[in-house]
Design a protein around this ligand. Structure first.
Ligand code: LMR
Length: 334
């Protein structure tokens, strides 16, 4: 299966790379794994609209949502082979590529507020991280927000001890693996497209998601309890195949850059609202019990999860973690 899949991608890549700019319009395949009506899904469609307009139709963006073209892991391989030109993977999915520093974004409680997150993604740290993608044949274009994650399972999750022995789905991130283990749970990496069925059949007991994903994948229908923990962050890096991007005519690249900047503003504006609307719909559905942690319980969660930052210093880099915490202090967070 793997060989057949790789051969099919190689042949697609050869076709694309030899004739990438001979064809008119230039086609950019943009693959992602979430539903259209999510922050990332809406942003991808907005980019299509703005990019085709900005290039007067010289570029056509083909958006393939919800793992319809490639699912997790496959999509990164497809990008490096040039079988697709653009992705927006979760920042938790760059470890397998060998760029483990992106797992900085997975550290529990690393961002006490969105202002810290914005300073990181729009400042020197964000740029430094993108530089690490270049040797992998990838160019980072933008960071898109999705927001903070809630936990869900088929038992109430009020305190860290409630996770003991639970099989919890995670993205492919060693930080998230450590996060679940420190809670006494058993982490299981699964592709996003496989999570609903794994929850429905009991392959895993629970997971973590921003509300927009919990809602649009209908996971809330197979999770009896949701804890409004906001314990960690989930965002995206919009990335392109470097060879393709560098090979574009300069005027087209500049027009696409402009469309991406405008789309990023849009993406980061809608994320919170999309997640709030998703939580409202989940509450209204009556299909799951949504629990707001008490202040005392929040203190217990932080106490249990903060040591993951220390645990992961060698993997992510102590300097990088310190730099983010200094950013927080600069903005007045304790
Ligand atoms: C996940 O796998 O849970 C997320 O990365 C999905 C997404 O792209 O938001």
């Amino acid at each position: 299966m793997k060989l057949k899949f790789l051969l099919s991608m190689l042949s697609a890549a050869v076709v694309v790379s030899t004739s990438a700019f001979a064809q008119s319009p230039i086609v950019i395949k943009f693959s992602h794994v979430v539903a259209n009506d999510t922050p990332k899904g809406k942003a991808a469609l907005r980019f299509k609209e703005l990019a085709e307009k900005a290039t007067n139709g010289r570029v056509k963006i083909e958006v393939y949502p919800n793992s319809t073209l490639y699912k997790d892991k496959e999509e990164m391989e497809a990008l490096q082979l040039g079988a697709v030109q653009m992705l927006a993977p979760s920042l938790a999915k760059f470890g397998p590529l060998g760029v483990k520093e992106f797992e900085l974004f997975d550290l529990p409680y690393i961002f006490p507020g969105r202002d810290v997150l914005d300073d990181v993604t729009q400042g020197a740290i964000g740029k430094e991280l993108f530089k690490k993608l270049e040797p992998k044949g990838i160019t980072g274009l933008a960071y898109w927000d999705n927001g903070f994650k809630v936990m869900s399972a088929n038992k109430p999750l009020h305190l860290p001890a409630d996770f003991k022995g639970l099989k919890m789905r995670i993205q492919s991130s060693k930080v998230l693996d450590a996060q679940m283990r420190i809670l006494g749970a058993n982490p299981q990496v699964l592709a996003f497209s496989e999570v609903y069925q794994a929850l429905q059949t009991g392959v895993v007991d629970g997971t973590e998601n921003p509300p927009s994903n919990l809602y649009t994948q209908k996971m809330y229908e197979v999770q009896k309890y949701v804890a409004m923990s906001n314990h960690g962050y989930l965002g995206y890096a919009v990335i392109v195949n470097k060879k393709f991007w560098d090979g574009l005519p300069a005027d087209i690249r500049s027009e696409l850059d402009g469309a991406m900047k405008e789309t990023t503003r849009y993406a980061n504006t809608i994320a919170q609202q999309e997640n709030d609307s998703a939580m409202e719909a989940i509450r209204k559905s009556g299909k799951t019990v949504v629990y707001n942690l008490t202040d005392q319980e929040k203190t217990e969660w932080r106490k249990a999860l903060l040591p993951v930052q220390k645990q992961m210093e060698n993997r992510i880099g102590k300097d990088l973690i310190t730099a983010v915490n200094q950013e927080s202090a600069k903005l007045g967070y304790k």
